[in-house]
Design a protein around this ligand. Structure first.
Ligand code: BTN
Length: 271
């Protein structure tokens, strides 16, 4: 649909792509909204059901991690939040961000054929640059969780401050991608992985194998920026809690790195 010279996201196409594959989640669309995460949280407070998806063409007050602003230009990006009412322990909620990271990577790969990877814990990257951002929020009593994702689809350029760290599917593939197909493939992958995750509240079996297959840090030298003391090591994969396993160079011991505590950098750059 073209409106004011702007190609809007076709939410009906997203919905029909999902239902065709048996994914029947409630899908809500706004041409413009403050933040899809805030929208989903407002609806959750009013009783919206588990699994609802909130999708927008444009966000006027998109939120990033650590209080940062997330800019999602109209017509070229995807802003989406999934509302869940999971019956899982509170200390497992952060693992849903990894599940979304994996699903985003799989969805982008299926829709575009691009050979994307995951930089632990949840950055989807191509040539070392970020294709999306994920922000997971829960209310105090964890009655609901909102997982928001912003995907760089058809941007042709980025602001100077993120030019060297961000990229888009269009820049990577050399052609415009269907935002509807990318959205539907990510949602499909998410529900498939989430269903598996809920069986054990761990990242195990095929989900873990798929994650490790896409993990760009695997068997690479990484620097762990642990506030208790930085160290270098080789990352060897993840455990069932989604922690990165790093074999330290100094002690030869394997550490399980928890994403809430530390950040991990490649030795020669971002990944
Ligand atoms: C990051 O800082 O990398 C996380 C960015 C998350 C952005 C998405 S866009 C959809 C959802 N709504 C928001 O306000 N933020 C998330």
């Amino acid at each position: 649909m073209i409106e004011n010279n702007r190609i809007l996201l076709d939410s009906e196409e997203v919905y029909s792509r999902l239902t065709r594959e048996g994914v029947g989640c409630p899908l809500f669309y706004a041409e413009s909204i403050d933040s899809t995460n805030d929208w989903a949280k407002r609806e959750a407070a009013k009783g919206a059901v588990d699994g609802s998806v909130y999708l927008a063409d444009f966000q006027s007050a998109g939120k990033g991690r650590r209080g940062r602003v997330w800019k999602s230009p109209e017509g070229t990006s995807i802003s989406m939040s999934i509302l869940l009412r999971p019956e899982i322990p509170a200390d497992r909620i952060s693992m849903l961000t990894l599940i979304m990271g994996l699903s985003a990577a799989q969805g982008m790969k299926t829709a575009t054929g691009l050979d994307v990877g995951i930089k632990w814990p949840n950055d989807v990257v191509s040539r070392g640059r970020k294709l999306c951002g994920i922000l997971t929020e829960a209310n105090a009593s964890v009655e609901y969780v909102v997982i928001g994702i912003g995907i760089n689809c058809n941007m042709e350029a980025f602001p100077e401050e993120i030019q060297t760290t961000a990229t888009s599917l269009k820049l990577e593939t050399g052609e415009a991608v269907s935002r509807e197909e990318v959205t539907a493939e990510i949602v499909k992958a998410f529900y498939r992985n989430y269903r598996e995750f809920c069986k054990t509240c761990t990242i195990a079996g095929e989900v873990k194998a798929a994650y490790e297959e896409l993990l760009v840090n695997r068997n690479r030298q990484v620097r762990v920026l642990d506030p208790k003391g930085e160290y270098t090591g080789i990352s060897e994969g993840i455990n069932e809690l989604g922690e990165l396993l790093v074999k330290r160079e100094d002690t030869g011991k394997q550490e399980a790195v928890y994403s809430g505590e530390v950040s991990v950098r490649g030795i020669y750059g971002y990944v």
